[in-house]
Design a protein around this ligand. Structure first.
Ligand code: FAD
Length: 540
């Protein structure tokens, strides 16, 4: 049914879409700078990722000390994380606490989706339409819509026929799910699958895991935050945060300077063992050629395969769980608690979709084909099938820029952005952690804060100098896209069938989406562009 479209138009300085960590901080900053701002959010509360992903085992994979806001010195002191990797409820409580503390909700309109956005060149405004039929005109349109917020539609035939219960990790029921005594299927072995499978196995009577591609996963060794780490952080919080901003992935860490092939086999094994025991994403790459040289990469890949084979008792299952079709660190590695051990349980089965593909989901379960066809019955199916990452939420809004140019058309061969922040032909439209910025290759909190501060300073600059609009030049954008692609091509990252490359979504253009240069280097580039009078942007 077409929504009732209102006749009145509300005028604002800025509309932010999304009330996750990006939208919340952006609201705080723009309000502080005196811009009349509203956030539009589809959910009924703040938190974004941590509002939606409530599946069992959902946690962050960056130490939560690092994965937290750095802009509120009081918050740094008053909030203590209970674990190295906080659970989703704790991170959601943190987001809610920030919203309460800064009274953010009074400028957030919940349960509302932005459907359309059209640039009005004469008025230099974005005309926005919500799914409530509400019209808003705003000079600045800021998409804080999230990189992993648009669930991928499962490409499995018959998904709507199943008469049992279906769940999506990305939209888990708020009241939780009781799997006890149930025959459960989990489809997908990415990060959400790997986090949830051990806990679902604890409850379910039978668990069948459907795997297309195994992923590398390190044990999280979760527990209280190590005293030494806390001491380092508390000794000088500002220096700690600054080191994160200047680092590669947004977490203070030494840059590796030695090749994996320069050291003896014993030394390498000792390094990899230590990495395995550390359980920290930011400490996993210890040699400078792991992401560059297949031969170097193979040494750590083999180490990981051996670990899996030591843990998993059935050698055939262990083989299936060893990733062989991509190099380690060409996809974001997972952190787990007892993932591989779960496959030693007698009531847990692994189905390899390469040899037994899903023919169809049926009313009662899942039919498998291949050499050994089977009809399996289930009480519940869990879809841990991932996201249309980085571009999905942006292009799901019907966006028309200058001369009616549709963003979907402009991006039909892959996203075209300058710095992952703006796109030529779409003045005053900003994306927080958009494609072409470090975003998902980083501790997102660091990337979010940098973009929010860049956008806020830019809006202030425009206001203070009497400009109405800002837009990248086509030339600057082309060069940035080219630079991003060439940089990525120096590494092994584009070789994987990953969501970084859009390869998990049928029909999606296959280009490397995030910027591989690291958050420190990227920040320097952004700062230099501003210093050089917004080099590559047109201000009007
Ligand atoms: P989100 O939190 O995704 O919020 C975007 C919001 O926009 C959503 O609430 C959505 O409802 C809303 N929205 C989108 N489109 C519209 C629309 N058209 N109209 C209205 N509202 C809209 N990152 C890390 O750095 N470390 C981690 O450990 C980590 N763990 C993760 C674990 C999971 C399970 C997932 C899914 C992601 C994880 N991430 C992690 C990435 C995470 O998405 C970011 O860290 C961060 O939370 C993103 O914040 P955001 O505000 O940019 O986007």
């Amino acid at each position: 049914m077409e929504e009732q479209i209102s006749d009145s138009v509300e005028e604002l300085d800025a509309v932010i879409v999304g009330a996750g960590f990006a939208g919340m901080y952006q609201l705080y900053r723009l309000r502080e700078a005196g811009f009349k701002t509203r956030v539009i959010e589809a959910a009924d509360d703040v938190g974004g990722t941590w509002y939606w992903n409530r599946y069992p085992g959902a946690r962050c994979d960056i130490l939560t000390v690092d994965y937290s806001y750095s802009w509120d010195p009081e918050l740094e002191k008053e909030w203590t994380w209970s674990e190295r990797y906080a659970t989703q409820p704790e991170i959601l409580r943190y987001a809610q606490h920030v919203a309460d503390k800064h009274d953010l909700r009074r400028d957030i309109q919940f349960q509302t989706r932005i459907k359309r956005a059209k640039w009005d060149e004469d008025a230099k405004r974005w005309n926005l339409l919500t799914d409530q039929g509400q019209k808003i005109a705003a000079r600045f349109y800021i998409m804080a819509t999230g990189c992993l917020s648009m669930p991928k539609v499962p490409d499995v035939p018959g998904a709507d026929q199943f008469e049992g219960a279906s769940y999506f990790t990305s939209g888990w029921p708020h009241e939780g799910v009781d799997f006890s005594g149930k025959r459960v299927a989990v489809i997908g072995t990415g990060s959400s699958g790997i986090q949830s499978i051990p806990l679902i196995a604890e409850d379910a009577a039978q668990l069948t895991v459907f795997q297309r591609t195994p992923n590398f996963s390190f044990p999280a060794h979760n527990g209280p935050v190590a005293e030494a780490r806390l001491a380092e952080y508390q000794r000088d919080v500002n220096a700690y945060r600054q080191a994160a901003r200047e680092s590669l992935i947004g977490v203070p860490a030494d840059k590796p300077s030695v090749s994996a092939l320069e050291v003896s086999e014993e030394e390498r094994a000792a390094v990899y063992e230590k990495v395995w025991e550390t359980g920290e994403l930011a400490q996993q790459i210890k040699f400078n050629d792991i992401q560059l040289n297949p031969e170097a990469n193979e040494t750590q890949r083999q180490f990981m395969h051996n670990k899996v084979r030591q843990i998993v008792e059935d050698p055939k299952i262990a083989d299936l769980l060893c990733p062989t079709n991509h190099y380690i660190f060409t996809k974001r590695p997972c952190l787990d608690t007892n993932y591989y051990q779960t496959f030693n349980k007698p009531h847990v089965r692994l189905v390899d979709l390469h040899t037994q593909p899903i023919v169809s989901i049926t009313r009662a379960g899942i039919d498998l084909g291949g050499d050994e066809p089977e009809e399996l019955e289930f009480d519940a199916i869990v879809f841990a099938t991932g996201f249309d990452a980085m571009t999905g939420a942006i292009v799901s809004v019907d966006i028309a820029g200058r001369d009616g140019l549709a963003l979907r058309d402009a991006w039909s061969d892959g996203p075209q952005t300058y710095l992952g922040l703006m796109s030529a032909g779409f003045p005053n439209l900003f994306m927080i952690t958009g494609p072409g910025s470090p975003s998902v290759l980083s501790n997102m909190m660091v990337s979010i804060e940098q973009h929010v501060e860049f956008i806020t300073d830019t809006l202030k600059h425009l206001r203070d100098h009497g400009y109405d609009s800002i837009e990248p030049t086509a030339l600057a954008q082309d060069r940035w896209v080219q630079h991003g692609n060439e940089f990525a091509d120096l590494t092994l990252l584009p070789t994987a069938n990953s969501w970084y490359m859009g390869r998990n979504v049928p029909g999606k253009p296959q280009v490397f989406l995030p910027y591989v240069g690291g958050v420190g280097r990227y920040r320097e580039i952004c700062d230099e562009i501003v210093d050089r009078d917004f080099l590559g942007f047109t201000l009007d």
